[in-house]
Unconditional design. Structure first.
Lengths: 323, 287
């Protein structure tokens, strides 16, 4: 033993490995603080940046205002908030029924080979970058809306509810919603599938054994016991869709207005931030207003996210998740 | 009567099954449509010049050049970010499993990860940009790497946390029973068993990082040159696609499609690669 070793405390000299363990656990513990610090830092930074705006304008005038004219000092978020809601809700209306049906089909009916083919397909859909979905939307969905849906909508002499528009381009809420729907569908399928797989086999067997068909088992046994989980997976998809930037930005038209129909162009919150941040820093309050948009988006997403996560957690405990 | 009811429930079963199959085909068809669109539009415009040169003067007007700047930029951004994220995520995942397991603290950390995971990348981008402004940083490779790393940490940690639970408890019990400390068990036993999962998680995060545009939009900037240092602005593939698509010239738009094809190929290769590697490695793992 060297001279230095004698200077160490007795415990450390006798049990250096235990000491390493103690130090190691402390270092690792500090690392787990990073995510919490990050979450708090993001929220605090956005709030601080928005404060100058909140001092000048009332919250009601910001959230309820329909005029967005930074040069005149008018910052109404309502067109952006409603655009975000229109696009996201329509996307879910399109995506949820096929997604839930696909998930049920995969977990209850599909053969093993089909299931093993579908898993990589869902993984690939989830892996494709959003800008690629945007390119696809511009090349396939926008022309389809322009050449098929808009003439169809205009063929009604008195107009059709939610389909009236004077926007002839095809860039609009419907295009954005279709692209978003394709983006969130694999996600909803994966989560729902996971929830369904967590239901014990025995319950299905019991139902089938007393003479129920597969469908009756699904209706009376599986859906009631997984209703919450399905709901949570839809809410999680909703929050994903809400924050999606690039794909939507490329096909939604980006016109500041209160949308009146699903064929109108709109300007969702993420697009507002992406298109304007980093430029117009000379206009007073503009950067504060854009940070405010990020804050609104964050709050909307956090509420949905925390709610759905808590539901899923309670439902599945530490069951592993696939997404 | 009995006969009729018997029939009815079988008919409804068939109808519902038909709709399920239809939805399933719809989901599969949309993937095929995306891949086909990108392939058929991108392939004709793809050339060796595209991937081997940086943009020359007048590139965005249809003159010659390529997008090597964006390819290199994207690889550097996503590579650097994935490295940082790995250094932070792996210890967190190990700590959660080895030391705290099912305690309240572990639950909080996991909940935070789930919440962070759901935050849109544009919010990360805006946050990163404010942070950089207050530190006096300009849009740069380093800024982009840091913001992307923040985005990737929750993705990677969650993916690792999933696989780490699949490591049989008996193995770590055996290690502890032989007198190894928890740290030694984590570093010498658990981590080896996790290897396929670590690789999958890392590649998953890399794929997400390389495809993300909203977070690097303000933080990494854009330039026609290949970055030479951490402080130089850096181009990225998603933004290259977006900017080229925004020009009114058909030649440049063609190149956007080719760039989209390149990005898709990289992402698909990463995704397939992670599958192959983890399948290969999992042979050597105790189940």
């Amino acid at each position: 033993m060297t001279a230095e070793a004698h200077k160490l405390p007795l415990g450390q000299r006798l049990f250096p490995r235990r000491q390493h363990d103690r130090i190691g656990s402390k270092v690792l513990f500090v690392l787990t603080l990073i995510p919490m610090i990050l979450l708090i830092a993001i929220t605090v930074a956005l709030v601080i940046k928005t404060l100058p705006l909140l001092r000048e304008y009332s919250l009601a005038s910001l959230l309820g205002g329909t005029e967005w004219k930074p040069l005149k000092g008018l910052f109404g978020y309502l067109p952006f908030i409603s655009a975000t809601l229109w696009v996201t809700i329509l996307a879910l209306v399109i995506a949820v029924p096929p997604s839930l049906l696909t998930a049920i089909y995969l977990s209850e009916y599909a053969s093993k080979p089909l299931r093993s083919v579908m898993k990589p397909i869902l993984d690939l859909l989830a892996a494709i970058p959003s800008v690629i979905y945007g390119v696809w939307g511009m090349l396939v969905i926008v022309p389809w809306v322009q050449n098929k849906v808009i003439p169809f909508a205009n063929s009604f002499p008195n107009g059709f509810p939610l389909l009236n528009t004077d926007n002839p381009t095809g860039f609009g809420i419907l295009s954005g919603a279709i692209v978003l729907a394709v983006m969130v569908a694999p996600f909803i399928v994966a989560v729902t599938n996971e929830v369904l797989t967590a239901v014990p086999e025995g319950i299905r067997h019991a139902s089938l054994a007393v003479g129920a068909t597969r469908l009756q088992t699904i209706q009376r046994v599986l859906i009631p016991s997984t209703r919450q989980g399905m709901f949570a997976s839809v809410v999680l998809g909703f929050s994903r869709a809400m924050g999606e930037t690039m794909a939507v930005l490329m096909v939604v038209g980006n016109v500041v207005q209160m949308p009146g129909s699903i064929l109108d162009a709109a300007y969702p919150l993420p697009a507002l931030i992406a298109n304007n941040y980093g430029e117009m820093m000379s206009i007073p309050m503009y950067d504060s207003a854009l940070m405010g948009a990020a804050l609104i988006l964050l709050v909307m997403v956090l509420i949905l996210n925390i709610a759905s996560t808590l539901i899923l957690r309670r439902l599945m405990g530490r069951v592993r998740r696939a997404w | 009567m009995k006969h009729w009811r018997f029939k009815r429930r079988h008919i409804s079963e068939a109808i519902v099954k038909f709709f399920m199959l239809l939805s399933f085909l719809l989901v599969a068809a949309s993937l095929i449509s995306i891949l086909w669109t990108i392939l058929s539009k991108g392939l004709p415009a793809l050339s060796w010049e595209m991937v081997s040169q940086t943009p020359k003067g007048g590139y965005y007007l249809g003159k010659e050049g390529g997008i090597l700047n964006a390819i290199v930029g994207s690889l550097l951004l996503a590579g650097g970010a994935t490295l940082i994220a790995l250094v932070i995520s792996l210890p967190i995942a190990l700590f959660l499993e080895t030391y705290v397991m099912k305690t309240r603290w572990a639950r909080y950390v996991r909940l935070t990860m789930d919440i962070l995971w759901g935050i849109p990348s544009i919010v990360y981008g805006a946050f990163g940009f404010t942070l950089m402004l207050s530190l006096g940083m300009r849009a740069s490779l380093l800024g982009g790497i840091i913001v992307l790393a923040l985005l990737e940490i929750p993705i990677m940690t969650r993916a690792m946390d999933e696989v780490i639970r699949l490591v049989p408890e008996e193995l770590s019990h055996a290690s502890l029973a032989l007198g190894a400390s928890k740290l030694e068990t984590a570093l010498k036993v658990t981590i080896r068993q996790m290897m396929p999962g670590i690789i999958t998680a890392t590649l998953l995060a890399f794929g997400r990082g390389i495809g993300d545009a909203a977070s690097v939009l303000f933080t990494a900037g854009y330039t026609d040159r290949i970055p030479t240092s951490l402080s130089s602005p850096t181009a990225s593939l998603p933004l290259a696609i977006y900017f080229q698509l925004g020009t009114p010239y058909p030649e440049v738009q063609q190149r956007a499609y080719a760039s989209a094809l390149i990005l898709t190929l990289i992402v698909l290769a990463v995704s397939l690669g992670s599958r192959l590697i983890s399948a290969r490695l999992s042979k050597y793992i105790n189940k």
